[in-house]
Design a protein. Sequence first.
Length: 260
Amino acid sequence: MKKVGYVLSGGGTRGFAHLGIIRYLEELTIHPHAISGTSAGAIAGSLYAAGKSPEEILQIMKDNISFGWSSINFRQNGFLSMDMLRKVLKNIFAEDDFKTLQMPFHATATDLNKGKEITFSEGPLIEAIIASCSVPVVFNSVQMGNHLLVDGGLVNNFPVEPLLSNCEIIIGSYVNKLEEGISNHSSFKMVNYLDRCFHLAISKNVYAKTHLCDVFIESPLHAYNMYDVKAADAIFEIGYNTAKQYREVLEKLVEKLKEN
């Protein structure tokens, strides 16, 4: 049977859409051989690779992750600490090692010293995930050996490359679709500006790689910013319903998977 790979983009809490998409893929009996993700995609991908269901991951994140912008404290090289997420991951993973996962998993981060991406697929797991989603300035960077690491989305927000050599079929989920125009009202908060500027800067590199996917699913989530934890259920449903729109092509993919 042909091997399927999932590539999951970053996008903060918009990453809950990845879980809705995976839920629908499960209903079609599509299951991955390997997963590659960055930032939010690294969190969702690692937990799914560990055997958690999309619904379980959604609940874990809802119960444990929050972003209190009113209580931001300055740190040495970022506003917020990743200690809360680190504690959650330590409680979930029986052993802090990629080898304990049920399938190959690749987490992409950005090496600030070298100015390029670095992908982890073996060795310590938790710090690789933390590094992959440490948005510069907002969160502390992560030191691993000689690498000073931040969010992988900074240089590669759609890390399909690790899957190309070992997966015949690739399904991509991108959660940062850009709609034209932004509000100029006071309700359009600074975090929304930062979010949009960041994704405007990296979107061209993402779209240049969509041809590498057999199915590229882009959820319409422009109404939600990267830190909308309270909208988790709604974002999950949007991902699920967006995947349903690809039913015909996905069903053809299922038939293709049955071929020897």
